[in-house]
Design a protein around this ligand. Structure first.
Ligand SMILES: Cc1cc2nc3c(=O)[nH]c(=O)nc-3n(C[C@H](O)[C@H](O)[C@H](O)COP(=O)(O)O)c2cc1C
Length: 220
């Protein structure tokens, strides 16, 4: 049975990120019950303090928080799901805090021309990025995609990245609104009411994509 670990970077539980995640998890439940969901904001993860002792001891030197338990779950997962609203072209702060601690999975060597990264364990995982964003244009998510392209590579050449970028979601639960609710909402957001019909279909497509990806990646 595939092991799925969800790192949920949403800052509110009923937001669009949560709706994307719910659909991914529903799809995954078709094939596995081994799904663990961590709400980044609620676990005790201290900031990486840059001591770089991990380069020597092959684990994080911070011991008085939840990282030791979380890092074991990360290591054991077949599928790592990172879900976040886009905040200023990046992931939310609670998720970034966890990502910085991934430093302890990789040995880094400084050379004259750059850095050489060698993972302590070569992973062969599916990395999933579920991103919810206010902008109509998905380019605001590019810095996050660049980060994950880099992360999946330094953690093992066999890792794979899957991305869903859900755009034009400015208010809470917008993904779940009916076509009529979007038509009522859009003038208040100064958006053309005529976009609502197309966006309703688009939003359903995002949710279907999340469900299908959850189903696909949870199969043996
Ligand atoms: C502090 C902050 C910064 C944001 N920055 C961006 C941004 O750079 N690009 C974008 O497309 N949306 C941005 N947004 C909008 C959110 O990403 C969007 O509303 C998202 O759907 C919220 O997800 P949630 O409902 O799960 O909280 C920002 C929102 C906040 C509160």
């Amino acid at each position: 049975m595939k092991k799925i670990l969800v790192l949920d970077g949403s800052t509110r539980k009923q937001g669009n990120t949560s709706v994307l995640l719910q659909h991914f998890i529903e799809g995954a439940k078709n094939n596995t019950q081994d799904i663990h969901h961590e709400f980044a904001k609620e676990i005790d993860i201290k900031y990486c303090n840059g001591c770089l002792r991990c380069n020597l001891i092959k684990r994080c030197s911070i011991r008085d928080d939840d990282w030791s338990d979380l890092s074991q779950k990360i290591d054991e997962a077949d599928v790592l799901v990172f879900a976040s609203p886009i905040y200023f072209h990046y992931v939310s702060a609670p998720l970034k805090n966890i990502i910085d601690r991934f430093r302890s999975f990789v040995h880094v060597q400084i050379t004259e021309t750059g850095l050489i990264h060698t993972p302590f364990n070569e992973w062969n995982k599916d990395f999933v990025l579920l991103l919810s964003m206010g902008s109509s244009d998905d380019s605001d998510a590019q810095p996050v995609i660049d980060l994950f392209e880099y992360m999946k590579k330094v953690l093992g050449e066999k890792n794979r990245l899957h991305v869903i970028k859900a755009t034009r979601l400015a208010v809470i639960k917008q993904l779940q609104k009916t076509e009529q609710e979007l038509k009522d909402l859009y003038p208040k957001l100064k958006l053309d009411e005529n976009l609502a019909e197309k966006d309703f279909v688009k939003n359903q497509k995002f949710l279907d994509q999340c469900f299908a990806l959850g189903d696909k990646l949870s199969k043996k």
